[in-house]
Design a protein around this ligand. Structure first.
Ligand SMILES: *Cc1c(COP(=O)(O)O)cnc(C)c1O
Length: 224
């Protein structure tokens, strides 16, 4: 894993250098769905600070077990919810996650606001945008984003930090470029945002070239 992370960081730095961007501004979220606590600990020991999960039920026991774990650098772990969030899991999600990447409906935003208020928290969120026309994907469609952003901005216990997208599966990462470009345009059109979450193991270099400052990587860290 150490080797994988070294290689990954090199690739991130190289992609950043192509657009004259400081790789220090890129947050690497290690996506640990289906990985055990031992693997997460190993990643933390290699300097990872951001952990991404996609199911609340799976995260809870890992979160509990790692609460007492002090990584070598003794910083706090930041937990990211990158998967689709069901409203009946929100009460637990706000207890765990620093950033919820997948807010895409008013009903979900409302519930997160309500549950965050209950524990006196301002919950950081990203709005998930459906940048590709694939029928199965979650996310707000670009034409609805301005209206949705305005509505969600009204919730006192939510802080919209930025936008997130998942590019469709393609055989060549270059084919994902238009979707990243689209999200970047939408991001630039809204003031006050700081997080642009896009890019996974197969397409993060293209995402970085298009302005991503948060990549969500699983396989390139934990496999191979
Ligand atoms: C699993 C997952 C990732 C990481 O995917 P890899 O291809 O393993 O890098 C990133 N984002 C989301 C939303 C995921 O579900």
């Amino acid at each position: 894993m150490k080797e994988n992370l070294l290689k990954l960081k090199e690739r991130i730095a190289l992609a950043c250098s192509r657009i004259n961007k400081n790789p220090g501004f890129v947050t690497l979220v290690a996506v640990t769905k289906n990985r055990g606590v031992g693997e997460i600990r190993a990643a933390l020991d290699c300097g990872i600070l951001d952990i991404g999960e996609n199911r609340v039920q799976e995260t809870l026991p890992k979160y509990k077990e790692l609460q007492s774990y002090q990584p070598a650098n003794s910083a706090n772990i930041r937990w990211h919810m990158v998967g689709h969030l069901q409203t009946n899991k929100v009460a637990q999600a706000v207890e765990i996650f620093d950033l919820i990447h997948s807010v895409d409906s008013l009903r979900l935003a409302e519930e997160i606001d309500k549950q965050a208020a209950r524990i006196n928290k301002v919950q950081g969120i990203l709005i998930e945008v459906k940048t590709s026309p694939e029928a199965t994907k979650d996310g707000v469609i670009p034409q609805d984003l301005a209206k949705f952003f305005k509505e969600v901005s009204g919730f006192k216990n939510l802080k919209i930090k930025g936008l997130m997208t998942i590019a469709p599966l393609v055989d060549n990462a270059q084919k994902a470029r238009p979707y990243f470009k689209k999200l970047r345009e939408l991001y630039d059109g809204i003031s006050g945002l700081s997080v642009l979450s896009m890019g996974m193991s197969d397409d993060f270099e293209v995402a970085l070239e298009e302005g991503s400052n948060m990549v969500r990587i699983g396989r390139a860290i934990f496999e191979g």
